[in-house]
Every structure is written in structure tokens, then in C-alpha cells.
Design a protein around this ligand. Structure first.
Ligand SMILES: CC(C)(COP(=O)(O)OP(=O)(O)OC[C@H]1O[C@@H](n2cnc3c(N)ncnc32)[C@H](O)[C@@H]1OP(=O)(O)O)[C@@H](O)C(=O)NCCC(=O)NCCS
Length: 246
């Protein structure tokens, strides 16, 4: 406790928790950065349809419930445990207003069951920060396809100029390598996820190289999603069967 150098009219002030909350949550969400993503369709090797769409906060319980199963040392393999726990905390921070301009996309099967999640947040209108990618069914290229979908949201829907990612696992790094990210000098530039290296894509490179390559490899999906399929994908249901052994 430090005594002020001049007399102060009152001994103490009282603040309501509602006044404090305004400071804790930062600015209200910027709707220009959270432009709605147009859903798209992807097909598994069997031809089964997968819907890629944005989620809203009311659907967070299904994501949290699914991720919770992976928060266990039994899932340390391929870094699923670490990514699940970090993503869980980000989804929680989103619904409790502790993260700036956060956006999440999911993949669901035809019954609306969760198959994968990606999320990102906007540091500014120009800079989008990639957070996490998780595929709950593997060997279907669901992860890389979802990762491409969130970059598409940042560049093609919102108009960001740069995408900053870091990779926490060899499978994640492989995705970044395949999408030809550049690397910022390290440690001068550090990603907010633990100070890792920043791997980046510019909007110019996305348009000229990365997106055409994704289209050619069938990883950009198709639009529109048939109305009845889209309806069935909502509300989001938790993953019944996690299929991550490959
Ligand atoms: C990273 C991640 C999202 C990538 O998902 P994905 O693109 O769907 O890829 P998968 O993890 O299913 O890996 C499939 C790859 O495994 C390999 N693979 C699959 N089955 C195989 C087998 N039987 N034998 C050998 N290799 C096999 C193939 O190389 C395949 O890649 P390809 O489809 O391009 O040929 C996913 O692995 C994941 O969620 N990992 C845990 C969390 C994580 O690390 N997130 C990224 C953090 S940066």
C-alpha cells in the first residue's frame, strides 16, 4: 500500500463487477472481422458428405465435450492431448469473453456430429492469428482441408493481409509445409502460442500460389451445401467415436 502524495477526498472507491467486466473483456467483438463464412461440402473417401461451417457460441458444449475426452496422457501421441487442452481453453475463453475476435469452423458428418475443429482470431483487420486445428477422424485430409478453410475465412471473407501460424506437431508442420508458409526471423518474431516460430502466408501468396494449389488438390470443397444437409448439421452434436489411430 502506498500513501498518495496529496490528500484524496475519499478513503476508498467501490466498483461493481459489471464495471470491471468491461475492462476484462476488452472491446466488443468487431463484426467486420467476424464476417459469416459460407458453408461448404467435402467428401470422405467413401463419398460420405462432410459439412464445413462456422459455429456459434451456443454450440460450444458439443466441442468442449468432445475435446474433453482427449485431455488425458493416453492421447499424448501425435500431440492430440496438448492441442485438445489448448483448444478447449480457447473455446472456453471465447464463450466467456476472454479472447479477441475469435472465429471457429467445424466439420460435421451428415448427422451434425463433430469431426474436426479449427479456430483463429484477428489481432487487427490486417493480421489474422491461426490458433488450432484438430481432426477427430484421420487419414481423410480433414485436417488440412479445415486448416485451408480458416485461411479462406481470413483472406477471402474478411480481407486480412497476413496469416500467422505456428505448428506444435509434426503432422501440423507437414500441413504448413504443404501450404508453403514462409518463416519470420525467430526469436525476433514469436507466435502467441508459447513463443514458437511464426510461419506466415500473405494474401498475395494465398491468391497466387496456395489457393490454386488447394483447389487443384480438391481441398477447397464445394458450394453450395444442399439446404437439407446443412439443416441436419445443426445444432452441433458431440463426437461419438474418436478415430485418430492411423
Ligand atoms: C494435424 C492434423 C490436423 C492433420 O490432419 P489431416 O490433414 O486430416 O491428416 P492426418 O492426421 O489424418 O494424417 C494423414 C496422413 O497420415 C499418413 N497416413 C495415414 N495412414 C497411414 C498409414 N496407414 N501408413 C502411413 N501413413 C499413413 C498419410 O501420410 C496421411 O497424409 P495424406 O492424406 O496426405 O496422404 C491432425 O493430425 C491432428 O488433428 N493432429 C493432432 C493435433 C495437431 O497436431 N494439430 C495441429 C497443431 S499445429
Amino acid at each position: 500500500m502506498v500513501k498518495p502524495s496529496v490528500p484524496i477526498s475519499f478513503e476508498e472507491f467501490k466498483f461493481s463487477v459489471e464495471e470491471i467486466e468491461e475492462f476484462l473483456r476488452g472491446a466488443p467483438p468487431d463484426e467486420k472481422l467476424l464476417k459469416p463464412y459460407t458453408p461448404k461440402l467435402y467428401r470422405l473417401k467413401t463419398g460420405e458428405p462432410v459439412v464445413i461451417r462456422a459455429v456459434d457460441k451456443s454450440e460450444a458444449p458439443a466441442m468442449l465435450q468432445s475435446l474433453k475426452q482427449l485431455i488425458d496422457h493416453n492421447y499424448d501421441k501425435d500431440f492430440y492431448h496438448l492441442v485438445a487442452v489448448r483448444l478447449y481453453s480457447e473455446i472456453l475463453a471465447w464463450i466467456q469473453n476472454r479472447i479477441k475476435d475469435h472465429y471457429a469452423l467445424v466439420a460435421t458428418n451428415a448427422d451434425g456430429e463433430l469431426m474436426g475443429i479449427v479456430n483463429h482470431r484477428f489481432a487487427s483487420p490486417e493480421l489474422c492469428i491461426s490458433l488450432h486445428t484438430i481432426a477427430l477422424k484421420r487419414a481423410e485430409r480433414l485436417g488440412i482441408m479445415l486448416y485451408a478453410a480458416k485461411i479462406e475465412h481470413a483472406f477471402d471473407f474478411v480481407g486480412a493481409k497476413e496469416w500467422w501460424a505456428t505448428f506444435e506437431s509434426p503432422f501440423g508442420y507437414r500441413m504448413g509445409f504443404r501450404l508453403q508458409h514462409g518463416m519470420k526471423p525467430w526469436p525476433e518474431f514469436q507466435h502467441e502460442l508459447g513463443g514458437g516460430r511464426v510461419f506466415y502466408i500473405t494474401k498475395e501468396r494465398w491468391d497466387r500460389v496456395v489457393k490454386p494449389d488447394l483447389i487443384q488438390r480438391g481441398l477447397m470443397g464445394e458450394r453450395p451445401v444442399p439446404e437439407d444437409l446443412l439443416k441436419k448439421s445443426m445444432p452441433l452434436k458431440p463426437t461419438q467415436k474418436i478415430e485418430i489411430e492411423i
